[in-house]
Design a protein around this ligand. Sequence first.
Ligand SMILES: NC(=O)c1ccc[n+]([C@@H]2O[C@H](COP(=O)([O-])OP(=O)(O)OC[C@H]3O[C@@H](n4cnc5c(N)ncnc54)[C@H](O)[C@@H]3O)[C@@H](O)[C@H]2O)c1
Length: 412
Amino acid sequence: MSIIRDASLSAEGIKKIDWVRGYMPILDEIEKEFSVTKPFSGVRIAMSIHLEAKTARFAHMLKMAGAEVFASGCNSLSTKDDVCAGLDSLGIEVNAVHGCSDREYYDHLKTTLSHKPDVIVDDGGDFIKLLHEECPEYGANLIGGCEETTTGINRLKAMERAGILRYPMIDVNDANSKHLFDNRYGTGQSVMDGIMNATNVLIAGKNLVVAGYGWCGRGIAMRAKGMGARVIVTEVDEFKALEASMDGFTVMKMSEAAELGDIFVTATGCKDVIVKEHFLKMKNGAILANAGHFNVEVDVKGLEEISAEKKNVRPYIDGYLLLNGRRINLLSEGKLVNITASNGHPADIMDMSFSIQALSCLYMAKNGKKLSPGLYATPEEIDRKVAQIKLRSMGVGMDELSESQKKYLNLI
Ligand SMILES: NC(=O)c1ccc[n+]([C@@H]2O[C@H](COP(=O)([O-])OP(=O)(O)OC[C@H]3O[C@@H](n4cnc5c(N)ncnc54)[C@H](O)[C@@H]3O)[C@@H](O)[C@H]2O)c1
């Protein structure tokens, strides 16, 4: 029995799921095979994931492959109630409500975990945290799982280092078919989409500050430049700072960029990237958005402390009137702007990421009992298989090494 906002929204949700399906050919190809062979028969999969149309398509594909699937969100603002209703009508238990309180959010995750899954799909590490801290009993049947995003991987690495990680987990984010495309092109496009959708302002001619020049930051900087923004990058890693500089961007400290920026986007996975001293230097009307997994990159509490007034000025935008008389506009409460204020990553991108996840779940279901607790790379054959199907679906051909070339390159 699902916990969702309104089951009567299901027709709208199904329409959205059907639309994205048309742009997810890799999952289709995998489903064609798996709906006959049913490799997930008898496997219970729990998902904590941004619950919108693309993830719903992924969950449904797992069900068609024989799994019993239970789904929760991984951020209440990204949960789409109509899609949850659609997924529920497809026979998948969903526990997620858009905009619910933090307490309800964690209760929903626990309800999903209470089915004692064999495999988990985690995005950001909330499942793994609950299974280790609050409800270890729900891990009774758990073989292992996979984690989707950089922030969740950082959590897992810390747990592994401390010797407390109890399950084998696959680092899906590390797959080439994931971070090269999802973090870069997916985030790049959808973050600009989110900012434009929320604000309706022109990008061309603006100073756009990107904090963090990792996979996501590179994508955002590239797209913003393409739209005519003057892009400034801030970094803490000397190689990334050099790379951004040689890619043609202006690199400086946030304390300097704060005075210049019209639009700020954080994509670091770190906390307190934009804080009080920066807010106080910003221009009147500056726009702040976050693309990192948690809403800790912009110090929202600090912003409130130096504000005389806060009011909702448009959907997705809180306007803060600072004590110095300037106004700062914060998008989506500092939460992921691309998933809250836009439709998230394009379907074609998530097709790649979820195909990696689906095949990694199967790998874990089949091999996980032989693995000791720890973080594992995505098996290379899975990564390559997804890239090959994607190329085929795009009609893109490529050369193959001959036997003599392989020998020359010492590959055989
Ligand atoms: N919005 C999305 O849809 C989406 C998609 C993928 C990943 N993410 C999240 O985005 C964040 C970044 O992911 P990534 O894959 O780009 O990670 P990454 O590790 O490739 O890049 C992060 C970069 O930020 C830099 N950095 C760290 N702290 C900093 C600071 N205080 N100031 C300036 N730079 C700093 C690091 O040096 C690094 O270059 C993570 O939280 C990840 O989970 C979001």
